[in-house]
Design a protein around this ligand. Structure first.
Ligand SMILES: Cc1ncc(COP(=O)(O)O)c(C=O)c1O
Length: 439
């Protein structure tokens, strides 16, 4: 019998990794105090508790202002609205990201235009963005994906030259910095998700950052049913809905913010250790270091599955399933090329903006972003941040498991690919991990 756990052998690890989310006794006490205060909601907006928390978060990201909002998808829609993106306008987004980056654009009546990602960072490729700009383009949404950044200097220069707004999707980048500037403080507005798997979480939730008082005020208006902001210096009147976060959630976030720096250092240290341990493992290419990152933050540890051309090797999904079977939570199809995803249901019939003012409606079946497709379906391997917040021994187990699989690629290539449950991989596998979270 093989020693590979996926073939019935003993797994490298049976011990659970660190639980996520993390909380402390002080979080429970703060929640109790909030319950007892009877101020549970988010009105008046922003509440005193939210204002104090947001000052701390803005400081962490090096931005002037921060605001809470219901989640990290609405934080993108409200950013687009405030930035002046309207019906039929085009917004450039990466093809390799969570679907919500693009569906938020659709929800605002605008047209997502997909640009490809860089093969070494999996973040927006600036040359691909340049080619995607048309007279209809109004904004760009770079995503600081997983543990890297887009070349933000080049992107900002391009955006300013074409008078385009930049909304940074920082759903993975709490506490991260590029050339000394915090994520969300470089473009016009930064959008953060606080969904349960994220580096800071209130179960669900989102945060916005900006250096512009005009945008700060307008965001308050859009999030708070159209009401004037507290300062109202710019007097912008806009349609708003109720997108307020509750004080019960803010009470959780205070502790999350306090814990972030220590966890961030630990993840970064353990990510470096993992990178060094993975050198030379067959089939594994770690992402090249990015010198521009002055404060790393690791939402997921991503590496590339690149077996030696011409040597027998299994599909990426079987490679990932074999690692997972060793007791190491791991995913392959974590994200799709969004234009191919079932969740990106964009047709001229249900999204009128794809047809209006055009000879031919936008047809996403014609999209082709080869780097994104390779990343999504063949190459990227995702490990989760909670694997990096425990002991060094946890990281050594992760490396041992990957090394074990890497050294048996040929044997694995002879197995039935359905072992990986190839069709069901990705989201289903992730859901399984989420349920068992701590194995
Ligand atoms: C890159 C990216 N953008 C946007 C979002 C949307 O955030 P939320 O789930 O809080 O709506 C997520 C969350 O998964 C994400 O990963």
């Amino acid at each position: 019998m093989s020693d590979l756990a996926i073939l019935g052998g003993n797994p490298v690890r049976t011990k659970p990794f660190s639980p996520w989310p993390q909380y402390r006794q002080s979080d429970i006490e703060r929640i109790v105090r909030t319950v007892e205060s009877r101020h549970w909601g988010g009105f008046p907006y922003p509440t005193p508790l939210a204002t104090e928390f947001c000052q701390g978060f803005a400081e962490l990201q090096g931005a002037k202002y921060a605001l809470p909002v219901v989640n990290g998808t609405v934080s993108i829609t409200v950013s687009l609205q405030v930035a002046g993106v309207g019906f039929g306008d085009e917004v450039i987004v990466p093809a390799f990201t969570w679907d919500g980056t693009a569906t938020a654009v659709l929800a605002m009546g605008a047209v997502p235009v997909f640009a490809d990602v860089d093969p070494d960072t999996y973040c927006l490729d600036v040359e691909s963005v340049r080619k995607a700009i048309t007279p209809r383009t109004k904004a760009i949404v770079p995503v600081h994906l997983a543990m890297r950044f887009t070349d933000m200097d080049a992107l900002m220069e391009l955006a300013r030259a074409h008078n385009l707004k930049v909304i940074e999707d920082c759903a993975h980048a709490h506490g991260g910095a590029y050339k000394g500037k915090g994520a969300g403080s470089i473009g016009d507005i930064g959008s953060f998700s606080l969904q349960e798997s994220k580096l800071m979480t209130s179960g669900e939730g989102g945060l916005l950052t900006t250096n512009s008082l005009e945008y700060y005020e307008a965001l308050q208006t859009v999030i708070n049913c159209g009401r004037a902001s507290l300062t109202d210096e710019f007097g912008r009147r806009m349609i708003g809905l109720n997108y307020r976060m509750t004080d019960l959630q803010i009470a959780l976030l205070v502790g999350q913010l306090e814990m972030l720096p220590e966890l961030r250092e630990k993840r970064a240290r353990h990510a470096d250790l993992l990178t060094s341990l993975l050198q030379g493992v067959p089939g594994v290419r770690t992402l090249p270091a990015q010198a521009a990152i002055t404060q790393p933050t690791i939402y997921t540890y991503v590496f590339q599955y690149r077996p030696e051309p011409g040597t027998p090797a299994p599909h990426r999904d079987l490679f990932v399933a074999a690692i997972a079977a060793e007791g190491i939570p791991c995913d392959g199809r974590f994200y799709e090329a969004v234009y191919k995803s079932d969740l990106f249901y964009a047709t001229p019939e249900n999204c009128g903006q794809l047809a209006v003012g055009r000879d031919e409606p936008v047809d996403y079946s014609k999209c082709c972003c080869p780097v994104s497709e390779r990343a999504a379906y063949e190459e990227s391997v995702w490990l989760f941040q909670f694997e990096l917040i425990g002991e060094e021994e946890d990281v050594c187990d992760v490396a041992r498991a990957i090394g074990k699989i890497g050294s048996q690629l040929e044997k694995l290539s002879q197995q039935d690919p359905s072992l990986a449950g190839v069709k069901a991989m990705g989201r289903a596998q992730r859901a399984r991990f989420e349920r068992k979270k701590n194995y």
